[in-house]
Design a binder for this molecule. Structure first.
Ligand SMILES: Cc1cc2nc3c(=O)[nH]c(=O)nc-3n(C[C@H](O)[C@H](O)[C@H](O)COP(=O)(O)OP(=O)(O)OC[C@H]3O[C@@H](n4cnc5c(N)ncnc54)[C@H](O)[C@@H]3O)c2cc1C
Length: 453
């Protein structure tokens, strides 16, 4: 197999399937390790197309891979085949700051795109937590969110066009440097969030936004979940539009409290992080209103950093919460369920209760404004019994999300780990359409088989 791939893209761009870097993603923390026959590192959309054409001729599964930061096992090759990494597609094809747009290849990291935009006074808002490793192609394939999705929307809201390779090895382009497109069925949106099961994204047109002049976060510490979730509803109900509206429950905050960059009170049961942005005048005025809204629910303390260094430290700390939680027992089984905002407090307490029923510590944090919880059950990876109990707890978490009118995934997708869960929330007719779409794009089921279904 390596020889056949080498003939297509050169031997230096093919690696053995045993290279562990390409066999796992962020789900390694719950023990998922795949198996591949080879790893291909194509350097252009044409090379990607040649590999997919070869796969279709020879019935070999292809697993597209971005930065490998996914939390659903989507990039993990479960049962052999070729891992196709987009890491060499890193060309900035065009950047037109005056038109607020750029065309990028799939392998550019999210962080690099945000930096490029910033240097020209622009802003690419999607900010999923692992921006230095995740790639824009992976963000598009998972329709990634992040803290600032509350005001600005998820990745798909910023994609105006896609270049993708679809079976049996064709390059298609849908959309482009245009802000509207009502011509055909919305193939762009079908590809966005399809987790590498319908096509391989090789490039994207992105729209950008003028960068806010100032961003001022505020942290509210509360004694109980009820006070904290009431504070969230007060913010939203007051008609304020913060850029971000995040939360941590007491357990998640305790896990990460040691590195919190400001002073924090004792006995924290719930934390709200919000942010005012805009012109300096807008951000300052909104900050005062947000503080007033947070204070209405009797916080233990408010931390409102102002200097750019303090603001950066706060968000860096927020990015590290997942790692801090994982470090408590060495492993965690986490799911990104979503519920209506007015059921968030109930879901947060219920997750802890589910953990208790399975004899596991449970914590959650996430994108509160979007009702999106990262519900995590803490485990010792060396203990198979704990892992099995955590999987059972995760199942209960899915049932909870659906019972509260939500979804089993708010941003990480179904990948491999949530296989079968869609049936909890969609009826058979909707599932049949889902399967039908897959069959139209990938009739041989060779693109990331076993994922997103
Ligand atoms: C610390 C941490 C924090 C995180 N925070 C967030 C967050 O706030 N919000 C959020 O949404 N996610 C978050 N994530 C999850 C993850 O970063 C996102 O899902 C991200 O979009 C995955 O991008 P990736 O390039 O790493 O993709 P990978 O993990 O490599 O792949 C993810 C899926 O996309 C497919 N894929 C990858 N590239 C392509 C391509 N070019 N074409 C077609 N399919 C492709 C893969 O097959 C797989 O199914 C976090 C992860 C970590 C480790």
């Amino acid at each position: 197999m390596q020889d056949a791939l080498a003939a297509l893209i050169g031997p230096q761009n093919v690696r053995p399937g045993t290279d562990r870097t390409y066999l796992e993603d962020a789900t390694a923390i719950r023990g998922l390790l795949g198996r591949a026959d080879a790893v291909a590192l194509p350097g252009s959309a044409e090379e990607v197309a040649s590999i997919l054409a070869w796969s279709y001729e020879n019935d070999v599964p292809i697993v597209p891979r971005g930065g490998g930061t996914g939390y659903a096992g989507g990039a993990v090759p479960i049962d052999g085949g070729v891992v196709l990494s987009l890491e060499r597609l890193t060309t900035l094809r065009s950047f037109d700051p005056l038109m607020w747009r750029m065309e990028v290849e799939a392998g550019i990291t999210t962080g690099e795109i945000r930096r490029l935009a910033r240097e020209s006074g622009l802003f690419f808002p999607p900010d999923p937590g692992a921006t230095e490793q995740s790639q824009i192609g992976g963000n598009i394939a998972t329709n990634a969110g992040g803290p600032h999705a509350f005001k600005y929307g998820v990745t798909g809201a910023w994609v105006t066009g896609l270049e993708a390779v679809v079976p049996p090895g064709e390059i298609i382009r849908v959309g482009g440097p245009i802000r509207k497109d009502q011509a055909g069925y919305d193939l762009k949106s079908l590809l966005i969030g399809s987790e590498g099961t319908l096509g391989i994204v090789t490039a994207a047109w992105l729209r950008l936004h003028p960068a806010p002049e100032l961003a001022l976060p505020i942290v509210g510490f509360y004694g109980t979940t009820t006070q904290g979730s009431d504070a969230l509803q007060t913010v939203v109900g007051s008609g304020l539009v913060p850029a971000a509206l995040e939360y941590l429950d007491g357990g998640a905050f305790t896990a990460a409290a040691g590195s919190f960059p400001g002073g924090a009170p004792d006995s924290v049961g719930f934390v709200v992080i919000t942010e005012a942005d805009g012109t300096a005048a807008e951000a300052t005025a909104l900050r005062a209103e947000l503080i007033e809204a947070l204070e209405a629910e009797s916080p233990l303390a408010i931390y409102a950093p102002e200097s750019p260094a303090e603001v950066e430290d706060l968000w860096r700390w927020r990015d590290g919460v997942s790692i801090a939680v994982g470090a408590v027992r060495g492993g965690k089984v986490g799911e990104d369920i979503v519920v209506p905002l007015d059921r968030l407090g109930e879901a947060v307490d219920e997750i802890v209760e589910i953990g208790r029923r399975h004899d596991l510590a449970a914590v959650s944090w996430g994108h509160a404004g979007d009702g999106n919880l990262h519900a995590n059950f803490l485990v010792d990876l060396a203990n198979p019994d704990e892992l099995a109990r955590a999987e059972g707890a995760a199942e209960d978490g899915f049932a909870l999300a659906v019972r509260l009118g939500g979804s089993v995934s708010g941003e990480h997708g179904l990948g491999y780990l949530k296989r079968g869960q869609l049936a909890r929330q969609w009826n058979p007719a909707a599932i049949a359409l889902h399967e039908g779409v897959k069959a139209v794009f990938d009739p041989k089921n060779l693109l990331n088989p076993g994922k997103k279904r």
